[in-house]
Write a protein that binds this ligand. Structure first.
Ligand code: SP5
Ligand code: ZN
Length: 396
């Protein structure tokens, strides 16, 4: 690599994503969720004193100051987010997310500053269950674990987080800019890759990557901003999602499992959360067969072992001839992470990012990528890990 001055990364953040703050059952303890607002404030602190450009987006309803209830009035941004989300999320789930806290609060079942948590989940039965009437049961029906508490702000922060992904796509495809950004990092929080469009789980309430795919498909078609020339799957552009979080992105996998226009590739801890998905044998179904690639990696693996799988992943993205890349980036692959079990160090993120960026440009001839934040829970090392990643990404 030549020693050119590093270019800056455009980083998107929304203060409304910090409002959500909940609890989780971890092991035998109900504790403040490790997925906390402090993760983002730590990243903001590190990046604001760096050469990168931080842009604040304010997802807020112009018609009301009631940030806890954005559905009360018509907000163009809210409806465009909901429109895009409805491509991959069920309407009853989105309605549940928007209303369940208020339902519990009105019934005196939860304190104003507390969290709604599930108590019973659907289990195998002769008939597929339908939405239960009981307001406790409904919470379990729309969740798969107990780390997805719903507070008064959860819905609003979830929309603000999804909006960052949308803004990222819009900026990458902006037709009226002489030099649109090549890569955008959206500080999406809550994260998204565990949400399958019908249930929350793993700290995720809406799948930000899925929303980004919908936005890209809409905006890059001839009616949108940017003509995609190599589209050959029913006119749809080809999007690759590279999931580098420690955990398997069961939600993203599920949403695109039968969709050949989206290649999903994940490197994740073998036999780790979410436990029931992530095997290499899950390769897609129907038209989507072959377009889901799981690369499970043994716990305690070092970056050397990780790098081999990353090469395999990048080979697949090359063969696929992707038009656009979304990276689901988690820093829970870090050696000290309380939820991750790989042995990846701060300096490895630089190598990881350089490898992805270099091969994306060389093999796919694409410059455009959207990086979405997923997990990563060592708060006082998140900033430096991210800066290391950005260093590797931006040095051409
Ligand atoms: C976005 C993301 O990284 N979500 C991950 C959520 C993982 N939550 C469950 C972790 C389960 C760990 N089980 C160990 C219990 C004993 N401490
Ligand atoms: Zn994770």
């Amino acid at each position: 690599m030549s020693a050119v001055a590093p270019s800056t990364m455009l980083i998107l953040h929304d203060p409304s994503t910090l409002l959500h703050s909940t609890v989780e059952l971890l092991g035998a303890k109900l504790i403040p969720a490790l997925e906390s607002p402090e993760r983002i404030t730590a990243i903001l602190e590190s990046t604001s004193s760096s050469h990168h450009t931080l842009r604040t987006i304010n997802f807020k309803d112009p018609n009301t100051n009631d940030t806890t209830n954005p559905t009360n009035s018509t907000n163009a941004t809210t409806s465009s987010i909901l429109d895009l989300l409805s491509n991959t999320h069920s309407q009853p789930y989105l309605t549940h997310l928007s209303s369940i806290f208020q339902t519990w609060l009105s019934a005196g079942l939860v304190e104003p500053n507390s969290s709604v948590l599930p108590e019973c989940f659907p289990f195998p039965a002769p008939h597929k269950p339908s939405e239960p009437k009981d307001v406790y049961a409904r919470v379990g029906y729309y969740a798969f674990d107990m780390s997805s508490g719903i507070t008064s702000s959860t819905y609003f922060s979830t929309l603000a987080s999804a909006n960052l992904a949308l803004e990222g796509v819009k900026l990458l495809l902006a037709p009226d800019s002489s030099s649109p950004p090549r890569t955008i990092l959206a500080l999406t929080r809550p994260p998204g890759h565990h949400c399958d469009g019908a249930r929350a789980g793993g700290y995720c309430y809406a799948n930000n990557a899925a929303l980004a795919v919908s936005a890209y498909q809409q905006l890059s078609t001839p009616a949108g901003h940017d003509q995609v020339l190599s589209a050959d799957r029913k006119g749809k552009p080809k999007v690759a999602i590279l999931d580098l979080d420690f955990h398997h992105g069961n939600g993203t996998q599920s949403i695109f499992y039968s969709d050949p226009s989206v290649l999903y590739i994940s490197i994740h801890g073998e036999d780790e959360f979410p436990y029931y998905t992530g095997a290499a044998s899950e390769t897609g179904s129907g038209d989507g067969r072959g377009f889901n690639v799981n690369l499970p990696l043994k716990t305690d693996s070092s970056y050397a072992a990780y790098a081999k799988l990353l090469d395999t992943a990048l080979d697949r993205i090359k063969d696929y001839e992707a038009d656009f890349l979304i990276v689901s980036l988690g820093f829970d692959t870090f050696e000290l992470d309380p939820l991750g079990k790989f042995k990846i160090g701060t300096e490895d993120y630089e190598t990881m990012a350089r490898t992805v960026r270099h091969r994306l440009m060389r093999d796919n001839g694409i410059n455009k990528a959207l990086i979405l934040l997923e997990g990563g829970y060592v708060i006082d090392r998140l900033g430096e890990n991210l800066l290391s990643f950005l260093k590797g990404w931006e040095e051409d």
